[in-house]
Design a protein around this ligand. Structure first.
Ligand SMILES: Cc1cc2nc3c(=O)[nH]c(=O)nc-3n(C[C@H](O)[C@H](O)[C@H](O)COP(=O)(O)O)c2cc1C
Length: 171
């Protein structure tokens, strides 16, 4: 059963939840109604402009990037990675593109939520997010060692900062 909680109710370690457990960024195209999802493990949560925000970093070649450019709404959702098959599901969502396959079906995920804020029945925690700022990294401002390690192909991430409009938790 899902219910809404506030940031004060969160017991959430962004470092382990992102870098170790991973998350899904999920977006519905407002024109076609199609939903796509991809795995992320880089990102952040914090406060900006007096709002609770998440930051995600999405390379322009991702299919999900096309969706994020068409709408301001997306979700960032987290999973109980000890559940059987969950690591495989998020690995598939992070290796295959929604351009090529029906990723959601193949990952065994079940769409839930609303049109603006799609999530999956398998989610443990969902941040419903509204983009406030999007920008490309300026390569000349990135340190040389990070440029060499993260961007040998010069495919610099775009940054999305989004307010957390709603938080949904599974009981
Ligand atoms: C553990 C993991 C973390 C990832 N984190 C990111 C990320 O933060 N940003 C990004 O652009 N791609 C990231 N990726 C790669 C995308 O998830 C992957 O390219 C995916 O297939 C894109 O799907 P799409 O083309 O349907 O959007 C990650 C992949 C994995 C496996």
């Amino acid at each position: 059963m899902f219910h809404e909680i506030t940031v004060s109710d969160l017991s959430f370690n962004p470092f382990t939840r992102l870098n170790k457990d991973w998350a899904l960024v999920t977006v519905t195209d407002p024109d076609t109604g199609k939903t796509n999802t991809m795995t992320v493990s880089w990102g952040g949560v914090g406060v900006l402009w007096g709002k609770n925000v998440v930051t995600i970093y999405i390379r322009p070649q991702r299919y999900t990037h096309e969706f994020l450019e068409k709408t301001d709404h997306f979700t960032l959702s987290f999973y109980d990675m000890s559940t059987e098959g969950m690591r495989d599901a998020l690995t598939l969502c992070g290796r295959k593109s929604g351009r090529d396959i029906d990723k959601i079906a193949q990952a065994g995920l079940h769409l839930a939520g609303e049109k603006e804020y799609p999530w999956f029945e398998e989610s443990e925690l969902v941040f419903c997010c509204k983009t406030l700022y999007r920008s490309a990294f300026k390569p000349e401002l990135i340190s040389d060692d990070i440029k060499a390690s993260a961007y040998p192909n010069e495919d610099y991430h775009d940054v999305y900062i989004a307010s957390i409009e709603k938080i949904i938790k599974k009981d």
